[in-house]
Write a protein that binds this ligand. Structure first.
Ligand SMILES: Cc1cc2nc3c(=O)[nH]c(=O)nc-3n(C[C@H](O)[C@H](O)[C@H](O)COP(=O)(O)O)c2cc1C
Length: 171
């Protein structure tokens, strides 16, 4: 089975997770969506970091598969985020969080994914660009959260996802 991993990462945590998934599944076919050229695998693993409740638009475009490139392929999906549980905003009653991000992926993909996973990510204030730092400050203030770095990345989660895929591939 030829496995290809395609991801979007702004600050590196999703890249790290994507590369670790690829390594555990024995492939070096792993690319950032911004450098992605062609679908070359049989099983395509597609993942994105979540910013302001959404994945990167190019990831959503790829999943929507307007050109039918994923039609005959198996597709596994993952998101990297900090709100891993389903949340409901008090202000507008809008749902968010990991399960909602995965549901959005499934909706555009329009077929049952081969596997799916919500990964915990990492947010380091000193690494952020000014706009993101400002947004994070405002968000922390609004929800009365302390403003500090967060790292909930876990190699065990990568192991679980890789094992789930291996089990389904029967390898
Ligand atoms: C400006 C900003 C907005 C974010 N918005 C969300 C969000 O809406 N939901 C969420 O769960 N995580 C959110 N996060 C957390 C990121 O998903 C997390 O930091 C992720 O690990 C970033 O991935 P990357 O390192 O690959 O860029 C946000 C982070 C920043 C800096």
């Amino acid at each position: 089975m030829n496995i290809q991993v395609i991801y979007y990462s702004k600050y590196g945590s999703t890249r790290q997770i994507a590369e670790s998934i690829a390594k555990k599944l024995g492939t070096d076919n792993v690319t950032d969506i911004r450098e992605h050229k062609a679908i070359t695998g049989d099983l395509i693993i597609i993942g994105s970091a979540i910013f302001k409740e959404v994945a990167h638009e190019k990831i959503m475009q790829l999943l929507s598969d307007e050109q039918g490139k994923l039609k005959e392929k198996q597709v596994a999906i993952f998101v990297v985020c900090l709100s891993r549980e389903r949340t409901t905003k008090k202000i507008d009653n809008k749902e968010g969080g990991g399960p909602v991000y995965i549901e959005k992926f499934e909706k555009v993909l329009a077929k049952v994914p081969f596997a799916s996973k919500i990964f915990g990510g990492r947010m380091i204030l000193a690494e952020m660009d000014d706009a993101d730092r400002e947004r994070t400050k405002e968000f922390a203030k609004r929800v009365k959260m302390p403003l500090k770095d967060v790292n909930v990345m876990s190699e065990a989660e990568v192991d679980e996802f890789a094992q789930d895929i291996k089990d389904k591939l029967n390898v």
